[in-house]
Ligand binder design. Structure first.
Ligand code: CO
Ligand code: ZN
Length: 325
């Protein structure tokens, strides 16, 4: 499964520009599901037909990034955020544009207190020495993402955009495994989650499933001085109780717990006081859709080196397969 994760993490796909990820998933699943369609927002919807209930599993394809807002006389790029970026986390990071142009995120060095660092005091240096040179490499509105590789080390994966290519990998792997069931399964790879759970809303409206799950990442409470959180790397995928965008439907949550118990799959509970997932927009679509989530414990979310445990990923696949049966 690592090869699949590596491929997905290597695709370029900031919010609103997910076509590389979408094309990659389509190429992997084209003969493995009954139907593949794309909606107007760029969601990729892969259907395994069935006569039973409709289950929607959603994983967002998009990743956080930066967008060029201004190019100065000396060829430095000012930028805005796409999704949640912390200045101290992106400082010094290498980023890459869709056309391969590479740069480093740096800052105005007269800032005396690093805590006062704001995005508008930062810039991307692509090595240009004039506006003309920079404009030959990058245009206003171009988006860049972290440039980093994906490594398997001691059973853990260290990579950029595990949020949420790991969720995409889980759904792709599941579709490849094709769990035996009468139920109809919608593997939905959504667009624009990081900018407000946007794609999942139109996808859910087009499907109106009986039940839905967002498959995404969640934080952990196992790093030095981290906020207290009862989630650890390697202790199992999490069953969502709530995040800031949704309170899981009891029927969905209970079904997950029951299936995890009966199949002997380790699990933890996710109670997030901040952050949202696609379930946040799915559950309030149409007349309301019972929704919940399964997440992969992830350290350093939205950094260029997010860490997940391969066991949690494999257990998430297994749990979801039992869930839809
Ligand atoms: Co995210
Ligand atoms: Zn996410």
């Amino acid at each position: 499964m690592f090869e699949l994760i590596n491929k997905l993490a290597g695709a370029y796909g900031p919010s609103g520009n997910e076509k590389q990820v979408s094309a990659l998933i389509r190429s992997i699943l084209k003969d493995k599901v009954d139907e593949i369609r794309e909606d107007a927002l760029g969601n990729l919807i892969c259907v395994k037909k069935g006569s039973g209930k409709k289950f929607m599993l959603a994983a967002h394809m998009d990743q956080i990034g930066v967008i060029v807002t201004f190019i100065d006389d000396k060829g430095f790029l000012r930028f805005g955020n796409i999704g949640g970026l912390r200045p101290q986390v992106i400082l010094g990071q290498r980023v890459v544009f869709e056309n391969g142009t590479t740069g480093v995120i740096w800052y105005e060095e007269n800032i005396d207190d690093i805590k006062k660092l704001k995005l508008d005091k930062m810039y991307i240096d692509i090595g240009a020495t004039s506006r003309e040179e920079a404009e030959g490499m990058v245009k206003l509105g171009d988006q860049a993402v972290y440039a980093a590789d994906t490594k398997l080390q001691n059973g853990k994966i260290i990579s950029k955009c595990m949020d949420n290519r790991i969720g995409c990998a889980i759904l792709v792997q599941m579709a490849l495994n094709s769990p035996k069931t009468e139920n109809e399964i919608y593997y939905v790879f959504t667009a624009q989650e990081e900018v407000g759970l946007r794609g999942a809303r139109t996808a859910a409206f087009g499907i109106v499933p009986d039940m839905a799950l967002a498959v995404d990442v969640t934080g952990t409470g196992d790093t030095p001085e981290s906020k207290p959180m009862a989630v650890r790397l390697g202790a199992g995928p999490t069953i969502k109780i709530k995040d800031a965008s949704v309170i899981s439907h009891p029927a969905v949550k209970d079904r997950l717990i029951e299936r995890a118990k009966s199949a002997n799959i380790p699990y933890q509970f996710e109670i997030m006081t901040f952050g949202g997932t696609d379930a946040g927009s799915i559950h309030i679509t149409a007349g309301g859709i019972p929704s919940g989530g399964v997440s992969v414990p992830t350290r350093h979310i939205h950094s260029s080196a997010e860490i997940v445990d391969m066991k949690d990923v494999e257990n998430a696949v297994e749990l979801l397969e039992h869930f839809v049966k």
